[in-house]
Every structure is written in C-alpha cells, then in structure tokens.
Write a protein that binds this ligand. Structure first.
Ligand code: FCB
Length: 429
C-alpha cells in the first residue's frame, strides 16, 4: 500500500466556507442569531479572509495545493432581494483570479448554511419561492464568474442542514418539525435541479466543456450500538439510507418513493456530474421502536461505546475505515467522487498528521479497489468559526491567531504538502 500513487490529475487542496472565514457577514441569518446571543462565540472578523484571501492563497500554493474549495456568500451578492451588488461580485471575481494566478483550481459552493436575512425573514428554505430565488442567485454568479469555474457545488450538506435547522432546532431558524423538515428537503432538491440547469445553460454559452455540478453530501458511517441487535441493525440501514443516500438518489433518479415516508418527483433526473463527500466520523445507532421516529434510532454517545479508540476535540470518533467503506459504497452511482471535506479538530497537531495519512491511506485503498475519486479537500485551510461550537475547535492546516490575524503553518500542513506534491503517502507513519 505504501507504493500507491494517487492519479496525476488528482485535485489536492483544502476547503473553507464564507461565513466561517470571511468575517463581517452581517446580512445573513447566522449573524442575526449571533447578535441575539444564541451561541457562545460570534463570528465577528473570523479569519478576516475577506481582506486576506490573497495572502491565504499564497500559503495554499506554498503548501503545494492545486485546488481550493470555498463558498460564495449569498447575502453579500444579493443583500436585498433582487439587488446584486457589483462590488461583491467583483470581489469574488478577484478571489478566482487570485486562485488561478496561484495555480489553484476553484471549486465553488453556492449554499453553505447561511441565507440572506431578507430571505430568512420570508421563511428561508420553507418559502415556496426559495428554489427559484436560489436559481436566480446562481444564474447571476455564473454569469459573472462562470467562465473561470469548472467545479460547482450547489449545496453543502443539505441533509445536515435540514437536520440541524429544522429537526434539532440548533441552527437558524431553530425549527423542530417533521413537516417543515420534509418541505425544506424537497425545496433543496428542487433548488439544486434549477441551479444545475442555470449553470449548464449559462456555461453552454461561455464554455460548454467546463461546468461540472455536484453537491457536497455529508456521510457518516453508521454502526449498531449493540452488534447483536437486529433492531439496531434495522435503524442503521434506515439511517444510512436517509442520512447518506436519499438526497443523492433523488437527484440521480429524479424521484423517490418510499411508501409512507417519501414521495418526491423532480423536474428531471441525472443532475449530478460528480458526488462530493464530506466525511468525519462514525456514529452508533440504537433503535427506539418500530415506528417513526423511533425506528430511525438514537445516536448513542461514543464515549460509552467500547469500540471507540480515538476522538477529535469535539468528541467525534476518528474512524478511517468508515471512509474506505463509504467511498466504496458511493461508487455504486458510477459518478466521479470528490472528497469535498475531511478533517480533524485538535490542539495536538501530530494527531492531524496521523489523521490525514490514515484517511488518505483508506482513500488510496478505495481507489485501488476501483472507486472513481478525483480529488481530496482537507477541512480546513485555516482554523475558523465552527458554527455553534465557535472558535474553540482547531481544524486548520494553518493556525490563526484571532487577536492578530497572524497565520502559522502547522507541521501537518507540511506533511500534507509533501503528499500533494508527490501523490504518495509517507511510509514512516
Ligand atoms: C461540516 C461543514 C463545515 C465544517 C465541518 C467541520 O459539516 O460542512 O462547514 O463545519 O463540518
């Protein structure tokens, strides 16, 4: 395995999202919640990446990355309904220019958890207009930036978003309703299909060969809490279907029908050119009955599970084998797979080095097996604002001093740089 070389055309890089790094995204729903004191930390200036992106991309280049994933902040582009801010558009044009001049292939995400306040006030993704509004925003972005971008991620982790924002109530708008969650799920699917067409139509004029469109799907490896419980296994199967596969399946097939649970029909099928996967951890599932919602099971706390050996600083289990299994599993769709996020938060940087090598080893095994993987993006380039968990978790290849905004390259970043450069894993780890 130590001899394995990743494909020469492989995309190597790191990912960020606008609200987590830019700073001062004052016109979105997250900022509003932060103002209301709902979280312990406020994003504030974050990494001031809005002003420092050139410096950050130079660092990425020096770390031998050849690609970079970032998101465009809708609330900056369209601060009021129907008004598209030329300065914000120009800013992102400059971001892409800067990436290109550093030899970094841009991978652009259009929705990464934050909504413009005007839309949030109208009901956000619950609004029947949301898919069309997302399409209009997408079309505008593509009109201005499209000629330079080959990889588009319409939605980041739609199912996580639905869960956190509409079932658990942890993220804005803080809803806890199955009906609303279902509706948002459907609207997100529709939004993707509309955005897919908008990107394809517009790029057909600019550069027909270029646009590849996907989503970034969060995948978790599910294991039964009790290995000999058939009920736990049933819940594992259902979780895997709903949490990992359903959204992707719906986009590929154009419809999903599971009696009594899902009945969705989209305008058309096959609106994924690649599948983005975000992988972090394994979860143990414990069944709570044979009806909804008990059949979905509960997540049993990892701390209590005897199989758990390593965890990150947010107590998520580190389980590289799950990465191998899931990448293999998603190969069934016969679409290129882009690892859009994979990373660890830790204050012990040697754990990050180990994490990267262990996960890339599993990814290499999956590729050798035949998985069509085209790239890997470590989460994240910089330490950043980890949503409800604030600034405490440290995910970055590059450390950020939030007082001075000083950047310091961590040793793990250098190790990753060597892998990006050679396409080969170090033997010694
Ligand atoms: C993912 C999110 C990303 C980041 C990482 C740690 O679920 O897409 O923004 O928060 O987790």
């Amino acid at each position: 395995m130590s001899q394995f070389a990743f494909p020469e055309t492989f995309l190597w890089g790191a990912a960020t999202s606008a609200h987590q790094v830019e700073g001062n995204n004052i016109r979105n729903d997250w900022w509003k919640w932060e103002e209301e004191g709902r979280f312990s930390d406020r994003s504030g200036k974050a990494c001031d990446h809005w002003n420092r992106f050139r410096e950050d991309f130079k660092l990425a280049k020096s770390l031998r990355h050849n690609a970079h994933r970032f998101s465009i902040e809708w609330s900056r582009i369209e601060p009021e309904e129907g008004y598209f801010d030329p300065e914000a558009l120009e800013h992102y044009r400059e971001v892409i220019r800067s990436l290109k001049s550093n030899g970094l292939e841009p991978v652009v995400t259009l929705f990464h958890f934050t909504l413009p306040l005007w839309l949030a006030r109208e009901g956000g993704w619950l609004s029947a207009r949301a898919p069309e509004l997302f399409k209009r925003f997408t079309a505008k972005v593509v009109e201005v930036l499209g000629g330079e971008v080959s990889y588009w991620v319409t939605l980041n982790e739609p199912v996580v978003y639905v869960f956190k924002s509409y079932l658990a109530g942890d993220w804005p708008p803080g809803e806890r309703s199955y009906e609303k969650a279902y509706l948002v799920f459907v609207h997100l699917l529709k939004a993707h299909v509309l955005a897919y067409d908008a990107i394809k139509d517009s790029i057909a004029i600019l550069n027909p060969e270029k646009a590849r469109v996907g989503i970034a799907q969060h995948v978790s490896f599910f294991s039964p809490c009790y290995t000999d419980s058939w009920k736990d296994k049933l819940s594992v199967w259902l979780r895997n279907l709903i949490f990992n596969h359903l959204f992707v399946k719906a986009l590929i097939r154009g419809r999903i029908f599971y009696p009594g649970i899902f009945r969705i029909r989209l305008r058309r099928s096959k609106t994924l050119d690649f599948i983005g996967l975000n992988y972090y951890t394994r979860s143990f599932v414990h069944n709570r009955g044979l009806r909804i919602p008990g059949i979905y099971g509960d997540i049993c706390p990892v701390g209590h599970h005897p199989d758990v050996i390593r965890r990150n600083s947010l107590a998520w289990e580190i389980y590289p084998l799950g990465f191998f299994q899931l990448v293999k599993d998603f190969s069934r769709y016969k679409l290129p797979i882009l690892i859009a996020e994979n990373g660890i938060c830790t204050r012990q940087d040697s754990e990050r080095s180990q994490f990267i090598v262990d996960h890339l080893r599993e990814l290499g095994r999956a590729i050798e097996w035949g998985a069509p993987v085209i790239g890997y993006f470590y989460w994240s380039l910089l330490d950043n604002y980890e949503w409800a968990d604030g600034f405490e978790p440290r995910f970055g290849l590059i450390e950020v001093n939030y007082k001075t905004q000083e950047r310091t390259i961590r040793p793990s970043a250098l190790l990753y740089a060597e892998i990006c450069k050679t396409g080969v894993l170090p033997v010694s780890i």
